[in-house]
Write a protein that binds this ligand. Structure first.
Ligand SMILES: Nc1ncnc2c1ncn2[C@@H]1O[C@H](COP(=O)(O)OP(=O)(O)OP(=O)(O)O)[C@@H](O)[C@H]1O
Ligand SMILES: [Mg+2]
Length: 322
């Protein structure tokens, strides 16, 4: 078990529920735990019936437990403002407006959301000295994966940019023979300094994800969800990331044997179908099933959360193999 734990999965399968339950489990085991939620709709605030914001706040009534909520729209906005501010320091006032417009356009693309969120994830990971465990309730599968591929992609890109910029300063220096000003400028070039900072940041992220993070996938006992999980495991492998376990959520409870009404027959059929699917999950995935959670009548919050936590067979104390 590593310090950073991610719960992925398709939209609505129960990521927020399972991450909150798991966070509670860790906190109860005495670990200083932070749960980070990323979805603007149903989120940790609903689960704990308490409003959170983008800084870690103690969860009422639970020792060792903190929560924070990142709002994607706000993160994109903040990310954009920061880039605008940085650019306006660098370019002539005459083209600031045009550049602002370009930046705004760039931030309307789907990639901007991932990029802004990932930036915040890295910050949270970097500033997590106060916690033993940081649990991320990630955004749906596809986006999460694109986001995980960013470090390498950006690494290359930044390397090329730095090289180009160094070359152009070189040329400038040759043109202005004996002019040492350009060389001095390269050393304190704010753009290169910024790019190098970003590079270090993404390098940290790549290493942390590979060496200090666990990945769990939440799924439901339906064909679509199972297929999606299969794809996600394969995609994560493409990025050298292994899935540590599957959590099956929303399993139908069986009726009592002596019940034979229409409702009971429906449930029995449903349970049988799910039993076959669970069989498939056990046989065809080489990732262990670490939790099976029944469908509750109501939303999972309050006392129910502790019950769900008990259904997670993830050893919170286990240390990472050396
Ligand atoms: N086992 C369960 N029994 C009953 N309700 C559940 C169960 N698991 C989740 N729910 C409810 O289903 C809804 C969706 O769950 P949740 O928010 O955890 O999914 P999610 O994967 O985080 O969704 P999103 O992709 O939108 O972030 C919530 O209202 C939650 O309370
Ligand atoms: Mg969620």
């Amino acid at each position: 078990m590593h310090k950073f734990v991610f719960f992925g999965g398709k939209g609505g399968v129960g990521k927020t529920t399972v991450s909150s339950a798991f966070a509670l489990k860790c906190a109860r085991a005495g670990q200083r735990t932070l749960v980070v939620s990323t979805d603007p709709a149903h989120s940790t605030s609903d689960v704990f019936d308490q409003q959170f914001d983008d800084q870690p706040r103690p969860v009422d009534g639970h020792e060792n437990l903190h929560a924070m909520e990142l709002d994607p729209a706000e993160e994109v906005e903040a990310h954009m403002m920061e880039i605008k501010r940085r650019m306006s320091d660098q370019v002539s006032p005459a083209i600031v407006n045009e550049i602002d417009r370009q930046i705004e356009l760039a931030h309307q693309t789907p990639g901007a959301y991932e990029s802004a969120m990932f930036d915040r994830f890295i910050e949270v990971m970097r500033e997590s000295d106060d916690f033993d465990r940081v649990i991320f309730d990630t955004s749906p599968t596809g986006g999460t994966l694109r986001l995980l591929s960013l470090p390498e992609f950006l690494d290359d890109w930044i390397d090329r940019l730095i090289e180009k910029r160094a070359k152009s300063i070189d040329l400038f220096e040759k043109a202005a023979i004996g002019e040492k000003e350009a060389r001095r400028k390269l050393e304190e070039d704010p753009i290169i300094a910024h790019l190098q900072q970003r590079q270090a940041k993404f390098e940290f992220a790549g290493q942390t994800l590979r060496n200090d993070a666990d990945f769990y996938l939440v799924l439901n006992p339906d064909e679509l969800s199972i297929r999606e999980t299969d794809r996600t495991i394969a995609q994560l492998r493409d990025y050298d990331l292994g899935v540590d376990g599957l959590v099956l959520n929303r399993v139908t409870p069986a009726p009592d044997d002596d019940e034979d009404g229409r409702g009971a027959r429906y449930l029995r059929d449903r349970v049988e179908t799910e039993r076959e699917r669970i069989q498939v999950i056990r046989e065809e995935f080489d990732v262990p099933l670490v939790g099976t959670i029944e469908t509750r009548i109501e939303e999972v919050k309050g006392d129910l959360l502790a019950d769900v936590a008990d259904e997670l067979d993830i050893d919170v104390a286990a240390e990472a193999p050396a």
